[in-house]
Design a protein around this ligand. Sequence first.
Ligand SMILES: *Cc1c(COP(=O)(O)O)cnc(C)c1O
Length: 432
Amino acid sequence: MNREASRALFAEALGLMPGGVNSPVRAFRAVGGQPFFVRRAHGARLTDVDGNTFIDYVCTWGPNILGHAHPSILRAVSERLPDGLSFGACHPLEIEMAKTIRAFVPSMEKLRMCNSGTEAAMSCVRLARGFTGRDRIVKFEGCYHGHGDSLLVTAGSGALTFGRPDSAGVPVALAALTISLPFNDREAVRAAFRESGREIAAVILEPIPANAGLYLPEAGWLEFLRETASAHGALLIFDEVMSGFRVAPGGAQQISGVPPDLTALGKVIGGGLPVGAFGGRAEIMDHLAPLGPVYQAGTLSGNPIALAAGLANLRGLIAPPDGTPDPYAHMERLGAALETGLREAARRAKRPCCVQRAGSMFCAYFREGPVRNLADAKLSDTAAFGRWFAEMLARGINLAPSQFEAGFLCAAHTEADIEATLRAADKAFRAL
Ligand SMILES: *Cc1c(COP(=O)(O)O)cnc(C)c1O
């Protein structure tokens, strides 16, 4: 596989951008080697600047659920372009987007658009603090909520109630207000609420954590968090930036039947353009400016081009054109085949591997399962994963370049793609 053009661009990028990238995971540090530069992407295929083509399981980290450059999204965007790129004023697509989201995520009685998942999650936390008049928040290890200060916090050593910054530059005093607990661990949550229940503004989580590989909420876990938060006057925030409109149109809250007080969305609702949204009970949302005292704003929030792309993406999911299969059923079928096939390929090569999946999201952890939280995930053989990743890439399969990221299917993947992927996986496992 020729990689010359990518190598040359990366050498140049290193002098221009920290690590050569605009978002850290793209740098391939977790797997070794060098990133490729993309020339174009269509459907489930990505072509790099050297002309190599890959079956893509990153799908922009989630948004491109119909496939890259989907004709209906391109059409929606190009139809809007002549009318102006941005107004910084009200326009009708905002109404359409709000109605579309609320129809599928009814817990979002009122919502506000923003430009990224980071903003959505950060705004939920500020709003929860402003609404409850409390400062502490509870989050879970391995759940990613973007790079807002209060959320880049990891478990502090020993002391249950004090988180420590997960990034330089996050003030220790702020991190101390975040309590970071193991996912699926009820006793840890009970203890935190026993100790600081009256100070906790909110519990925030990915109801299906997909940012440390992929693990699942155990039976009763989401219900338990709902009850515990309510009993203590704290809000429950579901960060469905990844799971929203992906695991089901109504996200993990539709599947579990557990309604949060606030929800953060992003990724799929933008169809590949920068969009985020947050919303929830009207009584809480009305604490936002201009009605209430919690400030939140955005020059490009509700941008018409981004909303046109996002709405076209959502329509393709919830109202697929006649004659096309339901995208969720299609991805579930392919996901099941991929899950089973990867597990069997690993077993044939006698490689410990735990494949976990939620619909179109999956992760192959290089260890025996099950993986139920970050501590379990961290025991994976990341060196072996790195070699497997490189073997897969060399065979034309683009996976997320880290053991601690999920893979994504899109509606454009085909059975033939899965078969080709499993043939590559078989060889890649044997080559380790
Ligand atoms: C991607 C992601 C974010 C951050 O979204 P950005 O658009 O990258 O800022 C937040 N939460 C979850 C669950 C995500 O997957």
